[in-house]
Design a protein around this ligand. Sequence first.
Ligand code: SF4
Length: 460
Amino acid sequence: MTSGSSGQTAGSPSGPYQGYVYAYPHKTAYRPLEPRPALREVWAGEPTGSLFLYLHIPFCEMRCGFCNLFTRTGAPEELVAAYLDALERQAHTVRDALDSPRFATAAIGGGTPTYLDAGELTRMFDLTERIMGVDLRAVPLSVETSPATATADRLAVLAGRGTTRISIGVQSFVDAEARAAVRPQRRAEVEAALGRIRDAGFEALNLDLIYGIDGQTEQSWRYSLDAALEWKPEEVYLYPLYVRPLTGLGRRARDWDDHRLGLYRSGREHLLAAGYEQVSMRMFRLPGTGSATEYCCQSDGMVGLGCGARSYTSTLHYSYEYAVAAGQVRGIIDDYVRLAPEEFALANVGFRLDGAERRRRHLIQSLLQAGGLDVAAYRARFGTEVTEDFGGELERLADRGWLERAAAEGGTPPEPGRAGSGHGGDRLRLTAEGLAYSDAIGPGLFSGRVRELMAAYEAR
Ligand code: SF4
């Protein structure tokens, strides 16, 4: 899986790259829950008719230099087997805590799920379907892979079990850049993996690229984009690199910011010219090839299995444990595989969302999508006006030219004037320039409480 840093400053303090908001609140705002609530209570009264099922496989064949995700490398076969045993125990306990769950979408992420061999993947699918009572062939299912592990036998298992979207982290088609990003892989190996993926016949291919790598130029960026486009991927993610190079541009944060912003703009233009639509700062998609899993993983009603997985109800986000440092991750996985079934019946760490945090979460996750926030949907959900709840913040964004009002499709044209005032417009959305600054806008909208918790976590 491709990562970006989240919550830490990796450019100039007021620059465009403050943190990737892939979830709000970020996991570093989670704290031990005292007392630990039973999952049965946590899920009581929650809608369970259209849940998102997420499985986390925390293993990778190597550690990418830019990665800050919960994963470990070089896991021996016995550990993988023990992990699947634990996943099975956890699935039983979690299923017992849910009242008649129905799963509408699913994703398997990591880590690299295809670190598991074909037999292990089959076991993972079997236990998930049998215990959770879900037919994964009947729902959109997204799985992450890597060039080295996307072998024909593994891909055959994924395709046979109903995978609709496969996501692969390529990062760069230039071998020297891949090495610089500490993901040593050759273009030939990547191309062969993409060929096998296309042969397996998945509905959607998602390809991740990274910009801001040491030595990367406008020209080499264009080269990678064109190499990616040859495969006509249904989705392309463009990730800014968040680990500052030690040489060249990395010496001055401002220069690196400018460099990344320039590559973002040219990458965006190139993909738009090639017929892609922009879904968020990072995500571009061929029209008509929507993936249901992308937006869902930010929504409420997510059931996570695996030791790094988060779960979301409307009022509590929780996980088994949290860590990013390699040594801690190993310890947590070793503990996880030894847990007794009853241990899985409790939420360990998490964050409770009150009404204000729920509104803020809705605001952040909507605004960071190119489609923006539907003003009437917000009103219907919360019974208040977004322009009153967040007036000051919205005005500041509008003043910088980052936010505009727009009519919903088929609606009346947007009102002239400020985005943060009045009630006439149908959508609030980031301008093209605002989208470019998503990684500053998102963290800028965090609540004071979340900010404090994240800062205290990072200071440890
Ligand atoms: S492949 Fe593994 S190490 Fe590399 S970014 Fe993804 S999770 Fe991290």
